[in-house]
Design a protein around this ligand. Structure first.
Ligand code: SF4
Length: 287
């Protein structure tokens, strides 16, 4: 959308905002720099980077409140669960809203007058139109230009390739539990340091986030990044196991999703909702 706007195919936007969780793959930060210098700057579109902190550091810091990631839980009785996803709201939606208010001249907690409205573009293509949602605040109106143009995902990739951006990486936290096997393999096979990083993180959250443990709200089961609920370093990321295939019958998911990740993953205002097992309120509330 930024390129379409910069090229004049779509109207010129006032700003492009990137919500940084602090734990994107290096390729994403590199790509963002490229977008900024090669596309946005010459078109006069400021790229604003906003952040609520570093999600990886926060999860491991006993002194920091942590908005939980959607982790796969194995309870003591063998039942499976998931922790509620709060991270998209905390690390993406919150800093974007904060910046928008600031740009409008009404930083929180100031009241925004009724006639002040910002148009917010969300890059959802026609194949995922069901993810298009309205904003949850009166001063924002969500607009979906790709859907209005009738563009599918392949139209987008063709367009990006025509700009020399065929290698556009997918944005998400390096250790997002919504990754499918293909994404985990990609990290393992192309970036040993990043693989080491996610394997270490996976081991570090086995007993839940540091804050919950420090405050006595212990997780009574175990938490994992991979849906198989085994340590990431041993998880079956090269193939779908028979157990996973059998479990599909009870879940709103399919083999495609196991390979490519949760459809929609982590997009502000376009969440897909919970993944498989019922969400648990938070760490420590399970038995
Ligand atoms: S990418 Fe995953 S871990 Fe990161 S904020 Fe989104 S849902 Fe949470």
């Amino acid at each position: 959308m930024l390129a379409l706007s910069a090229e004049g195919i779509l109207p010129k936007v006032d700003y492009a905002i990137f919500a940084d969780t602090g734990w994107e793959p290096a390729a994403v930060y590199k790509h963002l720099d490229r977008l900024e210098t090669e596309i946005a700057r010459s078109a006069g579109i400021p790229v604003l980077r906003v952040s609520s902190g570093n999600i990886r550091d926060d999860a491991l810091d006993p002194n920091h409140r942590f908005a939980s990631m959607p982790l796969y839980i194995l309870n003591q009785d063998g039942k499976q669960g998931m922790t509620r996803r709060q991270c998209t709201g905390e690390y993406k939606i919150k800093p974007i809203k904060k910046k928008v208010r600031e740009l409008l001249g009404y930083p929180y907690p100031q009241r925004i007058p009724k006639d002040v409205l910002v148009e917010q573009w969300i890059g959802i293509s026609t194949d995922e139109f069901h993810r298009a949602k309205d904003a949850d605040v009166r001063y924002m109106k969500n607009v979906h230009p790709l859907i209005e143009m009738g563009w599918s995902r392949s139209d987008c990739t063709r367009y990006l390739a025509s700009l020399g951006l065929a290698d556009t990486p997918k944005s998400s936290c390096l250790g997002c539990p919504f990754h499918g096997n293909a994404q985990w393999r990609h990290i393992r096979d192309t970036s040993p340091e990043e693989w080491q990083d996610v394997v270490e993180f996976d081991a570090a959250i086995r007993k839940g986030n540091a804050r919950a443990n420090a405050t006595g709200n212990k997780l009574l089961g175990q938490a994992f990044l991979h849906r198989s609920r085994v340590p990431l370093s041993e998880a079956p990321i090269d193939h779908v196991t028979a157990a996973e295939r059998a479990a599909l019958q009870d879940e709103l998911t399919d083999v495609y999703e196991l390979e490519h990740g949760v459809a929609g993953g982590c997009s502000p205002w376009a969440c897909r909702g919970e993944v498989d097992a019922p969400a648990q309120d938070d760490f420590g509330l399970t038995s």
